[in-house]
Write a protein that binds this ligand. Structure first.
Ligand SMILES: [Zn+2]
Ligand SMILES: [Zn+2]
Length: 393
């Protein structure tokens, strides 16, 4: 990797790798990151960083203030693991059944720790940096919990940045895009009630299975007919439950599924269409439907200036050719979007390597690449030193 890694961070590579592997071996699920947040708090204190614990239950915020410039920025990493078994056999594999760092949050935590260590030792900036170690990113609402716990009132930030490792993006490369970058996501349940009957005498009942299938068909029109062709969205019905017997028309049926979109307005439109279509079709066929559509994550939208800023900084480290400013849209969701709804900022991807066909995140064979820890920590450090440059007052 031909990158301008900060020498003081490069010198800490072995120490940081050991921290990363220790966290990897002891994964904890959302809001249960007791051990991880304790390690984070202990390391920060050891390095002379002011520490606040218990923000959003297991969240930790480290703060370094230099000079009396009132400006402040936030850097965020997530700490939680996934509820799955790890299939790797290397020494730092998960020591716990049913828990695994398969999304690289162990690496995110370590890269941010590496930056905190360096910035606390060098203090070559003027202003305040908050290191935000967030719990429970994987669908358990950690970002929202920290925000509701007063994160940005207690630690005001004029701008915030987040980073995620990306498999198949080469080591030494970064990618980002201005505007919507990752989809918002939601879940839905539709409870359909008809009237049970003998399977041979359908005229005496109201068949909820027929209602369910008509609803599924009609939902296919939402993306194709209600969403503008240049916008995008997904509605996937992933569960369908009804009946127990060959010869009984059941009383009820249940549909469940997931929705995705890149714009808040589109998420709202999808929610409205699911509600209207399901209740309308059920009524037409003589039954009832109770839809419950829950938006779990807003879309992740990057601020244009923040994207150009962090991309400019990254270019000084990896060169123009390794900074993709028109990175891909990602249909997956990321709850840093909650923080970006409160404070402008950007979310950048750092290449984890692996090439085409490489292991994807959320796979039992995944592992964060230790080779990129110092690169990520260097980017975080340069973001602070550039944004809060001493001569920029
Ligand atoms: Zn994940
Ligand atoms: Zn993740």
């Amino acid at each position: 990797m031909a990158a301008n890694i900060e020498p003081k961070i490069a010198a800490a590579a072995a120490e940081l790798t050991a921290i990363r592997r220790d966290i990897h071996a002891h994964p904890e699920l959302g809001f249960e990151e007791e051990r991880t947040s304790r390690i984070v708090a202990e390391k920060l204190k050891e390095w002379g960083v002011e520490v606040t614990t218990g923000i959003g239950k297991t969240g930790v915020v480290g703060t370094i203030r230099v000079g009396n410039n009132p400006r402040a920025i936030g850097l965020r990493a997530d700490m939680d693991a996934l509820p799955m078994d790890e299939h790797n056999t290397f020494e730092h594999r998960s020591a716990h059944k049913g828990r695994m760092h398969a999304c690289g949050h162990d690496g995110h935590t370590t890269m941010l720790l590496g930056a905190a260590k360096y910035l606390s030792a060098t203090r070559n900036f003027d202003g305040t940096v908050h290191f935000i170690f967030q719990p429970a990113e994987e669908g358990r609402g950690g970002a929202e919990a920290m925000v509701k716990d007063g994160l940005f009132e207690k630690f005001p930030c004029e701008q915030i940045f987040g980073m995620h490792n990306r498999p198949k993006l080469d080591v030494g490369k970064f990618a980002i895009r201005p505007g919507p970058q990752m989809a918002g996501g939601g879940l839905f349940d539709i409870h359909i009630t008809g009237k049970g009957a003998h399977g041979a005498r359908p005229e005496t009942g109201i068949d909820p299975v027929i209602i369910a299938t008509q609803i599924i068909s009609a939902l296919q029109s939402v993306v194709s007919r209600s969403i503008a062709p240049l916008d995008s969205g997904v509605i996937s019905v992933t569960q369908m439950h009804a009946g127990d017997a060959y010869n009984v028309i059941p009383n009820e049926a249940v549909l469940r599924g997931t929705i995705r979109a890149f714009r808040k307005e589109t998420m709202a439109l999808i929610k409205e269409r699911i509600e209207t279509i399901s209740t309308g079709i059920a009524r037409t066929l003589g039954g009832t439907a109770k839809p419950d559509v829950r938006i779990a994550f807003p879309p992740l939208v990057n601020d244009y200036d923040s994207v150009q800023f962090i991309a400019d900084v990254a270019e000084t480290i990896v060169g123009k050719e390794n900074m993709n400013r028109e990175g891909p849209y990602v249909m997956a969701s990321e709850d840093f979007s909650y923080m970006l709804e409160k404070v402008r900022g950007a979310f950048i991807n750092i290449g984890n390597g692996g090439g085409e066909g490489g292991c994807e995140v959320h796979n039992p064979g995944y592992d964060f690449n230790d080779e990129i820890i110092t690169l990520g920590a260097t980017l975080w450090s340069r973001v602070v030193e550039t944004k809060l440059a001493k001569d920029a007052r």
